[in-house]
Design a protein around this ligand. Structure first.
Ligand code: F6P
Length: 517
């Protein structure tokens, strides 16, 4: 058994806690003791099903599981993405100019800042250009979810004249609806793709290019298209001048790239200064992750609580419920971050994992979720650990709405933990409680606070991947579907190739060929 398995199996022997009601009545101080502060984030994990014995065991498991070593290996630029033989250095993207971060023998921070400077000049030019009113980011996965989520989250800090759209789905409905409301002369397209080989993005980009050329002619392309990619050759092949390209590096995973040039649309929206504040927010948590002792280290604590919930208590999913409409896309963003990183069943040494890995992550903004799926969270047979996220100050004048919103967040946290006993004869009114939840609060959703939140979850995912002994930075699981889609595509329209697949797949293809108009 390797170190992470040994550390995990020891946790199974630690006694479970009584009901949270009892935990709080015998130990009210847990409400203060189980709160950790990281940057501007106040993280209250007192309503998790732990006591001091469990907490110490979790910290000890992190220590013996090699969390510090692997964290340091990441920051040192080691090739911890073993299956792709790459460094994992998204933490260099937010490093200040005077810090050195080495990948493969070279300091990458000057390169990072050269691109940030290039982005800054371009962003300022676009922001000042009265002709541009609409920025359309075309990308998918990490090349879409980060900027789309963050632009929405930071709308209050956005440019007052420009609007921003994000096209990702290969479903023509997505790009068609964006182009329908757009003036080509006023639109800037950012084609964002790490590989510049992703079929969805290239298809959407070709459609957008054809639309623009039809209206404004071929010579307009260089003024209206820029690319963000690691692959200059493919960018040139596509027909975008590489002078209009913003680069990044193979040591930045797609789902860890919102703070690279992939965030160009966000930088145009909030300006280079706002974007720097965003990066500085990440950095605050990076430094906390590097320096805080394990027992006070927010990403380590949250990660180990997740391990306790998933691997010891057996809770398979995790809901992230932001009480902030601006964070509407945050759960979707975290789905990729967490599930594409830790949805793995093979360990670093090639053996099969023997515990459950990444949880199913999902969520919706409160209070909408309360009127949809909270029934199951409160009274269902499955226990769903929850992360609540909320803010003291809104970006609107409707103070009373905010009070109501935050009251709901606090009430939900209380109700889940403590429940309420029903009267005899009314079992359907019983709230069992004892449902673990964490409450993350900050004063206001600023660029810095958003950076802090993202970095917090990035490092949670990293620590959990370490404990499970998996490679959190590859994504082989998306390959088979892509390959088969490439095979099926010509079969939908070309010469029929009967029996090329299993009977069900053949029948689906046949149905589509018959019904396709
Ligand atoms: O879904 C697989 C994936 O490779 C993601 O990891 C990535 O974020 C997305 O596709 C988009 O890739 P690219 O930026 O290369 O277009």
């Amino acid at each position: 058994m390797d170190i992470s398995s040994t550390a995990l199996s020891r946790l199974g022997e630690v006694p479970r806690t009584p009901h949270l009601r009892e935990l709080f009545s015998t130990d009210p101080e847990r409400a203060e003791r189980y709160v950790v502060t990281a940057g501007d984030l106040r993280i209250d994990f007192s309503k998790q099903r732990i006591d001091d014995v469990i907490f110490s065991a979790l910290v000890e498991a992190a220590r013996t599981g090699g969390v510090e070593e692997r964290r340091d290996a990441m920051f040192a630029g080691e090739h911890i993405n073993v299956t792709e033989d790459r460094a994992v250095m998204h933490v260099a993207l937010r490093a200040p100019r005077n810090v050195e971060m080495i990948v493969d023998g070279a300091d990458v921070v000057p390169d990072v800042h050269a691109v940030l400077d290039q982005m800054g000049v371009f962003a300022e030019r676009v922001r000042a250009d009265e002709r541009i009113a609409h920025v359309v980011n075309i990308g998918i996965g990490g090349s879409d979810l980060g900027p789309a989520m963050a632009s929405r989250a930071l709308a209050a800090f956005g440019h007052e004249r420009m609007r921003f759209s994000f096209v990702s789905n290969v479903d023509g409905a997505d790009i068609a609806s964006v182009l329908a409301g757009s003036d080509p002369a006023a639109t800037l397209f950012i084609v964002a793709s790490k590989t510049f080989g992703t079929i969805e993005t290239l298809t959407n980009a070709r459609t957008a290019r054809a639309w623009l050329v039809e209206e404004l002619g071929e010579e307009a392309v260089s003024d209206h298209f820029v690319a963000v990619s690691t692959n200059a050759e493919r960018v040139a092949e596509f027909g975008i001048n590489t002078d209009n390209m913003f680069g990044f590096w193979d040591w930045v995973g797609g789902r860890y790239s919102v703070d690279s040039a992939i965030g160009l649309s966000l930088m145009i929206a909030i300006g280079p200064i706002g974007f720097r504040e965003f990066l500085d927010g990440f950095r605050v948590i990076d430094e906390h992750f590097l320096s805080a002792p394990l027992a006070e280290n927010a990403p380590v604590i949250l990660a180990m609580l997740g391990i306790w919930n998933a691997n010891v208590l057996g809770f398979d999913t995790k809901a992230v419920l932001p009480y902030a409409q601006e964070l509407a896309r945050f759960p979707a963003y975290l789905q990729q971050l967490d599930m594409e990183s830790n949805g793995k069943s093979v360990k670093l040494d090639g053996s099969l994992v023997d515990v459950k890995t990444g949880p199913i992550v999902w969520g919706e903004p409160g209070t909408n979720g309360q009127h949809a799926f909270y029934q199951l969270i409160h009274q269902g047979t499955r226990i769903v650990p929850v992360d609540f996220i909320g803010f003291a100050t809104p970006h609107n004048e409707l103070r009373y709405h905010q009070d109501l919103l935050v009251a709901n967040l606090i009430a939900q946290s209380e109700a889940l933990a403590f429940g309420r006993k029903s009267l005899p004869g009314e079992p359907y009114r019983n709230f069992e409680g004892n449902r673990p939840n964490t409450v993350i609060l900050a004063d206001e959703l600023t660029p810095s606070v958003l950076g802090q939140l993202i970095a917090l979850y990035e490092h949670v995912v990293h620590v959990q991947g370490t404990m499970w002994g998996i490679d959190s930075y590859d994504q082989w699981g998306v390959e088979l579907g892509k390959e088969l889609a490439n095979k099926v595509t010509p079969e939908l329209t070309g010469e029929p190739t009967p029996d090329a697949h299993d009977p069900s797949t053949n029948a689906l293809i046949a149905w589509y060929r018959t019904h396709r108009k």
